[in-house]
Structure formats: structure tokens, C-alpha cells
Design a protein around this ligand. Structure first.
Ligand SMILES: Nc1ncnc2c1ncn2[C@@H]1O[C@H](COP(=O)(O)OP(=O)(O)OP(=O)(O)O)[C@@H](O)[C@H]1O
Length: 455
């Protein structure tokens, strides 16, 4: 009888733990996972590193010292632990690699380390020459996204999503000025853009929207937009105005450089960030939703407009970084099928975020970054909406997922920060209020009745 009761208790405990692990991964990790993982890590560190091929033969001096204390065999030397830390998502261990090991060796062994220490994943980040950080996650942090409490900040730094190593994925416009976001239908592109808009809305920047699907994606955020184009005609005019603004800013930059050259104390600025705050123009982020719409052309007149828009986009992508105009381009695809100019424009967009896509689009988005990243993007499961592969020109990539935010939440943040819409006379004509779009889309009219066909 006692045995049956004990067995019942054991099964109930195991069931409770399994349920708790699924429902409350953070609490489970802190209560059970963290102490267990520490215990396992500290007690098996040396032997695990040797078993995973991450230890080197000892130096002659060390071997001699071992022999002097009566050790017959010289033990291999694992990387020295520099720093240990725990967090809400996992463990962090900083290692100094001994001569003969390189970060790629540790990366290659990450899957073996993960199994040895019983953690969800081990990510290896190179911090400097010979120093790596092991970021171990105790559970799948992308299942229920919670952004870290302490986020990186800076003049044009925007946290957008969570990386699979538990750190924040940020868009740093001064480091990576232009980016491309790709994804199939219902893969999470709009939620990604929403996170961007919501975080950019709080900064002193001008936001410009180009949404040629009638503005369905961007009209809700009109209160915070300095300009909005909802069809191709408006987009063409808006891009002309943006190129005009870029030229005007270059003229200002040159003027400031001339003054600086004349006065020996002044530093010569190479971009707007080197200018004193009182003359520095406000940064502009141009958000293009569904870029393929801009590349469409049905008639000869359309074709001219399309070529003008594409040429303007390429000009902005090639030169506008120095004057604080940044491009954030989004679409379902961006291959050669879009025609002339697509490949040139794409090559200028160094930030890449690719949601679930087919093999061809993954190649387009990540092929020039890394073949592993391309494979990872095609492997994103259909039920992992919002998960994407983020890569940059340095060849680094990681899985990311945005927090799920609604249109209403984003629109509320935009309304609350409407006072931050800067004064930009060049874009006045394109302001949503000038077009009567500030209050959201107009009421839809009645649906047309289907024409009755022959009985
Ligand atoms: N990060 C996320 N976390 C959880 N769910 C998400 C996330 N991103 C998107 N989703 C879910 O997927 C749905 C589709 O996302 P979204 O509208 O962003 O896709 P999309 O790629 O823009 O689609 P479309 O191309 O059809 O406009 C959302 O309504 C939301 O329920």
C-alpha cells in the first residue's frame, strides 16, 4: 500500500515538473534548471572539455610541475574560466582559449557541450582575440518572447526582437544603415515592422511610410509619420522629395565642413553625427512595406515611374547614410524577377532579416551572408510564426523572434508620441494629415453586389 502511494507521489511529482517546465519555463529554470546546470557544469568542466576535444597538451613547464608532484601523466589543459554568471535564461561563461584553440573549435563542439551539460543550447560568441563567451540557454527562449530588462541604448539603437541566446536583437542604424526584411505570407513580417515602428516612435526621428497596398499596414500609425505614400504615384513623389532632402542635407554638411576647415579648433564632420546638435538634421527612417509593389509596371508610363522610383531608392541606399536617412525595406520576395535595379538595391541593404521563406528567397536574402543561415531560414517551421534568421554583412547570423504586439498597441504608442513628429518642410506635402489619413482608413463603402449571371 505504501509502495503504491509512493509510486503515485513520484508520478505526480514528475507530471507536475513536466507541466511546470512547459508552462512556466522561467520559473522552472530558476528553481531547478539553474542549480542543476551549475552543479553539472562545475563538476564536469575539465572532463567535458577534454572529451569534446577542447583541451590542449600542457606546456613543458606545466608537465614538469606535474611530474614534480608525482603525477605520471600530464593532463591536457582546458580553456581557463574567466567569468561565470547566471541569468533568467541561462548561464554565461567567459573563457580564455589556450594556444592551439580557436573560437571555431568551440563553435564546432557546441552541440556536444549542450548534451554534456543538459542545457537547451550553447551559443559561442567571440569577444576578442582568444576570448569567447558561452551563452547557454536553459529552455527555448523564443517560445514565449520576453525581452531582457536591460536593453542596449544609443542615438539610433532600436531593440526589435530576442535572439535565441537570450540577448536583444537591435537595429543599430549607425552601424547597419539599411536593411531588408523578407518572409512568406503570414510569416511575421508585419509584427516585425510593428516592433520597429513602436520603438522608433519613441525616439527623436522622422518616420516615413511607403505602403502601396493602400496603406493597410501603415495608416494606423499615421499620427507619428512625417510622410505616408499609399499608392505608386504618391510613392514616386515622396521618393523624389526624399532625394531632394538628401541633396539639401549634403549641401548643409559641405557648408559645415567648409566652416570647420576655416576654424582650426573645429573637427571636420564626415556625416551628420559629427555636426553640432543645433545644426544636425533629424534622422529619417523610411519604412517600405511590400517593395515588389514599387517594381510593378503595366504600361509605358508605369515603366518610367518605376525606373525613377528604383533609381531614387538606389541613390538613397548608396548615399543617404551619411546624412541620416535610413531604409527599412520589407517584402515577400526580392529576386531578379522584380527586374532592373533589384540586385543593385539589394546589395546596398546590409542588414537582413528573413522569416519563413522558400529556398529561392532564402538564397536571395542570405546567400551572400552564409550558407548555414540560408539553410536555417528554409528550416523555420510553419508553426513558428515570427521566428526569423537575422544576418549582417560580417557573416554573423542568429535566430530571432519579435514580441507579439498588436496594431492597437503600436498605434497607441504612435499617438502618444505624436508630439515627436519633427519639422521637415520638404515632406510637408506628404504628411498624412495633409492627405486626410491621420484618423485611419476611411469607412469602407458597401460591397458591390455580384452581377447576376445567366440562370
Ligand atoms: N513574433 C510573433 N510571435 C507570435 N505570433 C506571431 C509573431 N509574429 C506574427 N505572429 C502571428 O502570425 C500572424 C501573421 O503575422 P504577420 O501579419 O506579421 O505576417 P505577415 O508576414 O506580415 O503576413 P502577410 O504577408 O500576409 O501580411 C499574426 O497575426 C500573429 O498572430
Amino acid at each position: 500500500m505504501t509502495g503504491v502511494a509512493l509510486l503515485g507521489l513520484l508520478l505526480a511529482t514528475a507530471g507536475g515538473l513536466a507541466y511546470g517546465r512547459q508552462r512556466f519555463p522561467v520559473a522552472f529554470w530558476l528553481l531547478f534548471g539553474l542549480p542543476l546546470a551549475w552543479g553539472r557544469f562545475l563538476s564536469t568542466y575539465g572532463s567535458t572539455m577534454v572529451a569534446c576535444g577542447l583541451a590542449v597538451p600542457p606546456s613543458r613547464a606545466r608537465a614538469l610541475a606535474g611530474w614534480a608532484v608525482g603525477r605520471r601523466e600530464a593532463r591536457p589543459v582546458p580553456p581557463r574560466i574567466r567569468r561565470l554568471g547566471g541569468s533568467l535564461t541561462g548561464l554565461r561563461v567567459r573563457l580564455r582559449l589556450p594556444g592551439g584553440l580557436e573560437p571555431a573549435d568551440v563553435t564546432a563542439a557546441s552541440s556536444r557541450l549542450r548534451h554534456a551539460w543538459g542545457v537547451h543550447a550553447v551559443h559561442v560568441v567571440e569577444l576578442g582575440p582568444g576570448v569567447v563567451e558561452l551563452r547557454m540557454t536553459g529552455y527555448d527562449v523564443l517560445r514565449d518572447v520576453r525581452m531582457p530588462r536591460r536593453l542596449p541604448s544609443g542615438p539610433m539603437v532600436v531593440p526589435v526582437a530576442l535572439r535565441d541566446d537570450g540577448t536583444a536583437f537591435v537595429r543599430n542604424y549607425r552601424e547597419i544603415p539599411h536593411a531588408l526584411t523578407l518572409g512568406a505570407n503570414q510569416s511575421g513580417k508585419s509584427v516585425y515592422q510593428r516592433n520597429l515602428i513602436m520603438n522608433l516612435a519613441r525616439l527623436p526621428v522622422a518616420l516615413v511610410g511607403i505602403d502601396c497596398k493602400g496603406g493597410v499596414e501603415q495608416i494606423p500609425y499615421a499620427a507619428r509619420l512625417s510622410a505616408l505614400a499609399t499608392d505608386r504615384e504618391q510613392a514616386a513623389e515622396l521618393l523624389d522629395a526624399l532625394v531632394g532632402e538628401m541633396e539639401h542635407r549634403f549641401a548643409l554638411l559641405k557648408e559645415c565642413q567648409r566652416t570647420a576647415l576655416d576654424s582650426p579648433d573645429e573637427e571636420v564632420a564626415s556625416d551628420i553625427w559629427g555636426l553640432p546638435a543645433y545644426v544636425r538634421p533629424v534622422p529619417v527612417v523610411v519604412l517600405v512595406d511590400e517593395v515588389a509593389e514599387l517594381f510593378l509596371s503595366a504600361t509605358k508610363k508605369d515603366e518610367e515611374r518605376r525606373d525613377r522610383m528604383v533609381a531614387n531608392l538606389i541613390r538613397l541606399a548608396q548615399r543617404a547614410r551619411a546624412v541620416g536617412i535610413y531604409l527599412e525595406i520589407c517584402g515577400q520576395r526580392f529576386g531578379v524577377e522584380l527586374g532592373k535595379g533589384a540586385a543593385t538595391l539589394r546589395s546596398q541593404l546590409s542588414g537582413r532579416v528573413v522569416h519563413r521563406v522558400n529556398k529561392q528567397t532564402a538564397e536571395v536574402g542570405l546567400g551572400d551572408i552564409s550558407s548555414e543561415a540560408t539553410t536555417a531560414a528554409t528550416a523555420i517551421a510553419r508553426d513558428r510564426v515570427g521566428v526569423a534568421v537575422a544576418g549582417d554583412a560580417s557573416g554573423g547570423w542568429s535566430h530571432i523572434r519579435t514580441p507579439l504586439v498588436s496594431i492597437a498597441e503600436t498605434a497607441a504608442v504612435c499617438r502618444a508620441h505624436a508630439h515627436l513628429v519633427p519639422d521637415l518642410p520638404a515632406l510637408d506635402r506628404h504628411r498624412p494629415s495633409a492627405r486626410g489619413e491621420e484618423d485611419g482608413p476611411a469607412e469602407p463603402g458597401p460591397f458591390p453586389r455580384p452581377r447576376s449571371g445567366p440562370e
